[in-house]
Design a protein around this ligand. Structure first.
Ligand code: IDP
Ligand code: MG
Length: 141
């Protein structure tokens, strides 16, 4: 099924100059980049994006991290795009992510793990509407 998903290249990856490498992998896979922008997230948007984790012990630290520098935000589409991107990313903890995955190749710790990708079609719709105000309304920029 043709799907859209939201990708965020996190501040650690942008700081380290890895944006181009990650974008290159997405394009080389055959996914379509439908929209893309660089932005520095405000706290309000970061908290909304990660609201499922608001009761977790790492929530404040995660929001600090994701708002610590510029990110690259993309809408990416293709057949089974949600799952394909999650597979390309690898597991949340880079220590468990195999070589060849983005987290496996470039990450070393769980919080600063390089990339976000929506975990379901429903999450993708919610997240795309948060970051791109032409889609489904609602923008915190
Ligand atoms: P995901 O990004 O693979 O979907 P989630 O469990 O949804 O992983 O967690 C969201 C983000 O929160 C992770 O990508 C990571 O940056 C951070 N995170 C998750 N678990 C921990 C933890 O145990 N300690 C610190 N940060 C965490
Ligand atoms: Mg998640």
């Amino acid at each position: 099924m043709w799907q859209k998903t939201l990708i965020i290249i996190k501040p650690d990856a942008v700081r380290r100059g890895l944006s181009g490498e990650i974008i290159k992998r997405i394009e080389a896979k055959g996914l379509n980049i439908e929209d893309m922008k660089m932005m520095h997230l405000k706290r309000e948007l970061a908290e909304k994006h990660y609201e499922e984790h608001k009761d977790k012990p790492f929530f404040e630290s995660l929001v600090d991290f994701i708002t610590s520098g510029k990110v690259v935000v993309m809408i990416v589409s293709g057949p089974e795009a949600v799952k394909i991107v999650r597979t390309m990313m690898g597991p949340t903890n880079p220590a468990e992510a195999p070589p060849g995955t983005i987290r496996g190749d470039f990450g070393i710790e769980t919080q600063e793990n390089i990339i976000h990708g929506s975990d379901s079609v429903k999450s993708a719709e919610r997240e795309i509407s948060l970051f791109f105000d032409y889609a489904l309304g609602g923008s915190f920029q």
